[in-house]
Write a protein that binds this ligand. Sequence first.
Ligand SMILES: O=C(O)CCC(=O)C(=O)O
Ligand SMILES: [Mn+2]
Length: 213
Amino acid sequence: MTLDLFAQPAGKEIIAPGACLLRGLALARESAIWQALQSVIAQAPLRHMQTPGGLTMSVAMSNCGPLGWVSDRQGYRYQALDPLSQQPWPAMPAEFMALAQQAAILAGFADFTPDACLINQYAVGAKLSLHQDKDERDQSHPIVSVSLGLPATFQFGGLQRSDKLLRTELQHGDVVVWGGPSRLRYHGILPLKSGTFSYMGTYRYNLTFRRAS
Ligand SMILES: O=C(O)CCC(=O)C(=O)O
Ligand SMILES: [Mn+2]
């Protein structure tokens, strides 16, 4: 008799209760994901948003899906229209949705239907300081985060900013999911080191899938 029912999927590392790292999960769909990503950013270009405090973010961002995350002098929020074009954000590509739902299921979140996907593009030196994802209305849904292109150091902390940080290198194709008791853990990305990743060039891309409404 085998214990397959209890087996973890290959490459699943539990990093905290309700949080796991699915190494290489996106690789099986990488060319479809890359094509879909290029189509989204052709419709809604990557741009450097302003923080409420007036700083320019080092990461360039765009969105797809019914809602998109935006930051400007008025604050952080989700909205249905791209402020650059006043048009709806591009639709969530089917391959994006399929990957996000597959990852959520593997992580133990069976009914995740994201309505927002934030796209982050990191050039050398770009970073995302330690923060919580807390602009979403219902935090019973997880965050699914997909890494593409150049590697980066991910910091994953606790519920207090000062809590000890786990540091791990995220590679092309890795997916991190955090929800449940880990949903509001602090996390961030250290400044990107220079490099070239075959077809994605000198960038790291990250897709974070959220249930915003
Ligand atoms: O780039 C990453 O891996 C993390 C992105 C993130 O935390 C965010 O967009 O809120
Ligand atoms: Mn975040």
